[in-house]
Ligand binder design. Structure first.
Ligand code: AMP
Length: 355
């Protein structure tokens, strides 16, 4: 437990919440300040003009030439001197790489062994299935089928590099073309998943090790181009112009779930937390998200998860309908993270919330 050892040497009266200048950094900084903690931002030079605007919520900025410098000995030492707890977000692994994110000798508010699982679409789906959460059935490339499927290429991110097909023949044909065009190496790495017809919902959760409970902190929908624009065109025109749907995220839209769906949503959130405890002890710490399609039978079919704060929580910097119900005060996920750290300190249990 690299991070726990480092945290045990910290001056708890002078802790800092640290993160990379990207993704949900402003929310994380804002939340830490609201809880009376110090804040530290690691930023590249070109981002300074934005983040300097928010100097009232950022106590220190450590400037790096490249994101990977986060793992340089002198930068880690600098962060340790500020008693920094690193909050991972969607850009961390992407910007600094696995090697750095997994092994950095700083306390991480989160489960660092989950980073590797998150990098593999297959391992992710396996974890969800082990948790007993409904997932879309998937097909192997050798199977013959006639079904509507979504094919996820290795390394595809943010919905880029997905395609939809109607049969195994079509999938193989299109994968062959992609290999010929040099866009993918091994078609076996593509994940062929049944396309679930319904509406997407992204449910945000927070597992609190200090209170031993899962909280639903919000939900959002991603606004994806061009798929969310296609419905503006009549089917006749769509067929004629033959536009392929793509799923590139451009933003997030807030959504509240029907209250009757919360029972299932909470159950799946709890199952996920339990599965991580079983398979990757000590288990998830803090925020995560289950990404699902809700069908007309009100089934929630989960096709993906994120094991850390998601950008959709930026909608709720002043609190979400759910965090308000739990806390009766403006509680963003950023602030919830800082609150968890504060509760852990009060209970003399910081080791429970870092890895
Ligand atoms: P992801 O990058 O995994 O978040 O997926 C991008 C988008 O693809 C999602 O927001 C959904 O709209 C869609 N999607 C992914 N998997 C499925 C599925 N199995 N069935 C229906 N839609 C899906």
């Amino acid at each position: 437990m690299i991070g726990r050892d480092v945290a045990s040497s910290y001056d708890l009266d002078r802790l800092s919440i640290a993160t990379l200048a990207s993704h949900s950094a402003l929310q994380i900084m804002h939340g830490a300040k609201a809880e009376g903690l110090r804040t530290l931002l690691v930023s590249t030079r070109e981002r300074l003009p934005l983040y300097r605007e928010f100097s009232h919520i950022i106590d220190e900025i450590v400037v790096v030439d490249r994101w990977r410098d986060l793992c340089r000995q002198d930068v880690v030492k600098r962060l340790r001197e500020s008693n920094a707890i690193l909050v991972p977000h969607g850009s961390l692994v992407e910007y600094v790489g696995h090697e750095c994110a997994e092994n950095i000798e700083l306390p991480i508010f989160g489960l660092r062994t989950l980073f590797r699982v998150e990098a593999s679409q297959r391992e992710k789906m396996e974890l969800l299935r082990d948790a007993g959460i409904p997932t879309p059935p998937s097909y192997s490339i050798d199977e013959d089928f006639e079904d509507l499927v979504i094919v996820k290429l290795p390394g595809a991110k943010g919905g880029k590099g997905y395609f939809i097909a109607m049969s195994s023949r079509e999938v193989r044909q299109r994968l062959r073309e992609l290999v010929e065009r040099g866009l993918i190496k091994d078609p076996r790495e593509a994940l062929i998943q049944k396309y679930i017809v319904g509406v997407p919902i992204y449910i945000h959760y927070f597992y609190s090790p200090t209170l031993d409970r899962v909280e639903i902190t919000g939900a959002d929908i991603r606004y994806e181009t061009n798929v969310d624009g296609l419905r503006r065109l009549p089917p006749r025109i769509l067929e004629e112009i033959g536009i392929e749907p793509s799923f590139v995220v451009v933003g997030n839209i807030p959504v509240v779930l029907r209250e009757s769906m919360l029972v299932k949503a909470l159950d799946y959130g709890r199952r996920f937390a339990e599965a991580t405890k079983r398979k990757l002890p000590p288990g998830i710490i803090g925020p995560y998200c289950l990404e699902a399609i809700a069908t007309p039978n009100l089934e929630i079919v989960v096709f993906e998860f994120s094991g850390r704060i998601v950008a959709g929580t930026n909608l709720y910097v002043a609190g979400s309908p759910y965090t308000h119900l739990y806390w009766n005060e403006p509680m963003s996920v950023g602030r919830r993270i800082a609150r968890e750290i504060r509760i852990a300190i009060e209970k003399n249990a910081l080791h429970k919330v870092v890895t």
